[in-house]
Design a binder for this molecule. Structure first.
Ligand SMILES: N[C@@H](CCC[C@H](N)C(=O)O)C(=O)O
Length: 459
């Protein structure tokens, strides 16, 4: 139904006014206001007209009884909200906490400070008869008009909330996350689409990644808005708080997370901006993710390593002294630095099961030949198309899998003529398919990514 209130700030009211009303405010926030205390459990009644979809959606619970947590949760799961950004304005700290755990909620604004003004629709709605007339709608309309200054403040508030999320009762901030893993390489995924700056600091990421005192993870990944024509940007903090350029397992997890956020039902590829450049993951219908990881970089200064290049300028089969032992290494950047070794000088196959990874790994990571530290892959060749590896990651230690590492080791194996360009790589957490194509010089990685759980962390 159309409002006769012609003020610019409220363009429309319509839809079953017995229960809810949609309002389009002057600052383009589509607002759902529940005007009756009767719970409306039928999502179709709440559906806004299609021309208003893909807007930012705000929701005010005028009754403050938590109904958003039930009927609104099911509403948010509907396809017509696929690309909407949900901003929930909650009038109590309790609701702020509760709503932060709804996956589609991009931010929750604690509007308890506006409670007095929100009393207008609240007070009125208590007296709206079940089948209230058009006239009572207009009254609500006028009452809400008076809220206009508050509504414009809310958008300012919302921006602030990105930087200073509302305090909880114990003075802690809350962060909604979804936990994913790619072959046991696990990440805390944060929907950061409303800001170019990660929602948490590297120090907070360290706390979150702690497996005893936090959520637990090898890193925290932020889904940020795209830049330069890309769909999204990815940033990641390692579990030690350092920031790598790229993460292969992480980008598969991120692709599946985005597909979920977008409610994508078909196979979809995304252009992702990373600190290592453009990366293109494609989520297949079977859930596997194929990632175009781009070309490897073999330039020693850019990897970076101080080890000298060979006649072609590459660090291939180079001797590296690590605490008195000489390892033979090949260095490759997949956006992030990798040192790949098939064993010590003069030895045959590396016995991966006997490798004291916790002792040797840090010696490689902090070796003076690697000014930006390094990830290290220890590799066993099972056949020219089947490799096995254990990894010590920069900033995360021993992990169950490393996607960029699997790509780097295939490149190293080809350069050392130990394997063909397409291999299965077995990692402690499971296998990846890796191919280094001759035609475009790009490396392609295929593997799984799974959501494990979602939650709200108190920071
Ligand atoms: N596990 C990731 C790599 C994560 C970054 C790495 N620790 C670094 O600092 O470079 C992968 O799957 O690629």
């Amino acid at each position: 139904m159309r409002s006769r209130d012609s003020r610019e700030n409220f363009v429309n009211t319509f839809l079953n006014p017995k229960y809810v009303q949609w309002w389009m405010t002057h600052d383009n926030i589509l607002t759902l206001v529940k005007t009756q205390s009767i719970a409306c459990q039928t999502p179709s009644l709440l559906r806004p007209p299609s021309r208003l979809l893909r807007r930012k959606v705000a929701c005010i619970d005028v009754h403050d009884r938590g109904w958003i947590g039930t009927s609104f949760t099911s509403l948010l799961g509907k396809r017509y909200f696929a690309s909407s950004r949900i901003v929930v304005m909650a009038t109590s700290t309790f609701l702020v906490q509760r709503l932060a755990s709804i996956p589609q909620t991009s931010s929750v604004v604690d509007t308890s400070c506006f409670k007095e003004l929100l009393q207008y629709p609240y007070k009125h709605s208590r007296y709206v008869p079940y089948n209230h007339s058009h006239r009572s709608s207009l009254v609500i309309s006028r009452q809400l008009s008076s809220v206009r200054p508050v509504m414009s403040q809310v958008s300012v508030k919302e921006k602030q909330a990105t930087w200073n999320p509302p305090p909880l009762e114990n003075d802690k901030r809350s962060l909604h996350f979804v936990k994913y893993h790619g072959l046991g390489n696990d990440f805390i995924l944060v929907d950061n689409r409303d800001s170019k700056v990660p929602k948490i600091s590297p120090e907070e990421a360290v706390e979150l990644c702690n497996r005893n005192f936090g959520v637990g993870g090898d890193g925290v990944i932020f889904v940020l808005p795209g830049v330069d024509g890309t769909d999204y940007s990815m940033r990641i903090f390692n579990s030690d708080g350092s920031e790598p350029e790229m993460c292969g397992n992480g980008i598969r997890c991120m692709a599946r997370y985005i597909a979920k956020l977008e409610n994508a039902i078909e196979s979809r590829s995304y252009k992702i901006h990373t600190l290592a450049g453009l990366i293109v993951p494609c989520v297949r219908e079977d859930g596997q993710v194929v990632v175009d990881m781009g070309p490897p970089n073999l330039n020693p200064a850019q990897i970076p390593t101080k080890l000298p290049g060979n006649e072609k300028g590459f660090v291939v089969r180079a001797p590296l002294n690590v605490s008195g032992k000489t390892w033979i290494v090949t260095c490759v950047s997949m956006g992030n630095p990798h040192c790949v070794t098939f064993g010590e000088q003069g030895t045959q196959d590396l016995d991966l099961d006997a490798l004291p990874l916790e002792q040797v790994g840090p010696l490689f990571e902090h070796h003076q030949m690697f000014p930006a530290r390094t990830n290290t892959e220890f590799v066993q060749v099972l056949s020219p198309s089947h490799l096995r590896m254990r990894v010590w990651e920069r900033g995360a230690g021993a992990t169950l899998a490393c996607g960029t590492g699997a790509c780097a080791l295939l490149v190293a194996a080809v350069l050392e003529q130990r394997a063909g360009r397409k291999c299965r790589v077995d990692l402690p957490g499971g296998p990846l398919e890796i191919e280094w194509r001759e035609d475009d010089n790009h490396v392609y990685m295929t593997g799984p990514a799974e959501a494990v759980f979602s939650g709200t962390a108190f920071l």
